[in-house]
Design a binder for this molecule. Structure first.
Ligand SMILES: Cc1cc2nc3c(=O)[nH]c(=O)nc-3n(C[C@H](O)[C@H](O)[C@H](O)COP(=O)(O)OP(=O)(O)OC[C@H]3O[C@@H](n4cnc5c(N)ncnc54)[C@H](O)[C@@H]3O)c2cc1C
Length: 439
């Protein structure tokens, strides 16, 4: 049996795994990203909506996302130039409108003070301004979110929204799979290796220290550092490493549908629209290529949650029920929307942490690290997560007691302090979380 030696093995070559590989390779470590898929970003990253926004519920969530945005805005420089023969992704800065609904519990109440505190540019729009900017919208209050079989779904609305919080620097990335390939090429340029079509079947360890991994060919790869970035398979890899029961926060795979519909005639939403967080109807939507609109769910309480026991086996077909729920919710907000019979979209898995906040941490097994629980909302943070994980690994391998004295990482672009203790595996469940994709 052959053996290969590395300084760090990264399990997974999704957008976050590839960013960690790039950051570690830049520090001079000999790295390998291992992925069972045939190419980088073919896991859950490939079906990401890739929305880059800053509207989280906690200070640390907003700070991380604001820092993370700058990586996308500076993508070519960050990667070290035009590293990819397939070209680089486009970051479409279409802006985000976070709709303000009346009454308690509107998400903007948490977000506005944090945007203010962190000096993130935003505008506070009145409802008239919202409709002036986006005349295709009906600015009525339709909520709380309901399913179309609820007798109140088509009720005539009695009041209007309060307006919207507009963040012009937000947007989306055109092609999440390509962005991961960009990271792969950047990592390779500084010496990082990638192995595809290769399954990690075991984590090798001594009593208290990781030694490496065994892969599907039977080959053993050794390294003092192994990082679990397995996306929705994170709990499976933690189980292999024997650390599953050692963390206060756990992760689970959640099935999620995203749908595509044509823009209403004359609206050109695909090129002129913005990203909208519509907590009133329970959806988010953004422009999509080909003059389409992409619709995701904010997972309102009325929608059943489909937890998946085996992330290798789940139904990738769009269901009639969820298609109707998401598309008809958008049809309320955008009354001229045609509701097609032919269902279009994608189905994939979120890797959800108990409080929908990611875990970027070490573990009780020395040398074994996790970047998991990305909860449907961490694509945007790939660059900053890579930077934070590389700094964490450097410090902990150098002897730091991160559990007792959590590391703070200074954002490369914004200079903000990012307290990694907020993303600890052993944190108490954060009560400020939205317990949804809004983190
Ligand atoms: C439908 C959907 C919409 C989303 N929308 C957004 C959004 O708009 N904005 C945002 O910020 N975030 C969004 N997210 C979340 C974001 O896409 C993810 O957080 C991010 O892509 C996760 O990247 P990753 O590298 O951690 O995981 P993944 O991309 O899932 O990669 C994990 C990799 O590990 C590999 N792997 C697993 N087990 C093994 C093993 N045993 N051996 C070898 N390889 C293994 C898999 O093959 C996979 O390629 C969305 C997610 C989904 C599913």
């Amino acid at each position: 049996m052959s053996e290969s030696r590395y300084d760090a093995i990264i399990i997974g070559a999704g957008v976050i795994g590839a960013a960690i590989g790039y950051e570690l390779a830049k520090t001079g470590r000999r790295t390998v990203n291992i992925d069972k898929n045939p190419a980088a970003g073919y896991g859950s990253t490939s079906n990401s909506c890739a929305i880059i926004r800053f509207s989280y519920s906690t200070y640390d969530g907003v700070a991380m996302a604001w820092e993370g945005q700058h990586y996308w805005a500076d993508w070519r420089n960050y990667l070290g130039g035009d590293v990819d023969e397939r070209g680089l992704i486009e970051f479409v800065q279409c802006g985000t409108a976070l709709l303000k609904k009346p009454g308690d519990g509107s998400h903007h109440e948490k977000v506005v003070p944090l945007l203010t505190e962190l000096h993130i540019p935003f505008e506070d729009w009145s409802v008239d301004e919202l409709v002036q900017r986006f005349p295709a919208f009906d600015a009525a209050v339709f909520g709380p979110p309901k399913r179309p079989d609820d007798p109140d779904f088509w009720n005539d609305p009695a009041e209007r929204l309060l307006g919207a919080v507009w963040t012009p620097d937000a947007g989306y990335v055109s092609d999440p799979q390509l962005s991961t390939h960009n990271l792969q090429r950047a990592a390779e340029k500084v010496g990082g290796e990638f192995r595809f079509n290769t399954v990690v079947t075991a984590i090798e360890r001594t009593e208290d220290r990781v030694r490496g991994v065994t892969v599907s060919t039977g080959e053993q790869l050794t390294a003092p550092v192994v990082v679990n970035v397995a996306g929705p398979h994170s709990f499976v890899v933690n189980r292999m490493a024997g650390v599953e029961g050692t963390m206060n926060i756990t992760t689970r795979a959640l099935r999620h549908e995203v749908h595509h519909v044509a823009s209403p005639p004359g609206v050109n939403y695909g090129s002129r629209g913005c990203h909208v967080q519509d907590g009133d109807t329970g959806i988010y939507f953004r422009p999509e290529a080909g003059d389409n609109i992409l619709i995701g769910s904010e997972d309102p309480a009325c929608d059943p949650r489909q937890w998946v026991e085996n992330p290798d086996e789940f139904d990738r077909r769009i269901t009639d029920e969820q298609w109707e729920a998401q598309v008809l919710r958008l049809a309320r907000r955008m009354p001229d929307l045609g509701v097609p019979n032919a269902k279009r979209g994608v189905v994939d898995l979120y890797d959800v942490a108990d409080d929908w906040i990611p875990i970027y941490d070490k573990t009780d097994l020395e040398g074994f690290y996790v970047a998991i629980g990305t909860s449907g909302n961490q694509y945007k943070n790939a660059g900053v997560a890579g930077h934070c994980m590389a700094r964490l690994i450097e410090e902990v391998e150098g002897g730091r007691d991160h559990d007792g004295d959590p590391l703070t990482v200074t954002g490369r672009y914004t200079g903000l302090d990012i307290n990694l203790g907020a993303f600890s595996r052993n944190r108490e469940i954060n009560p400020n979380s939205s317990f949804s994709v809004n983190g």
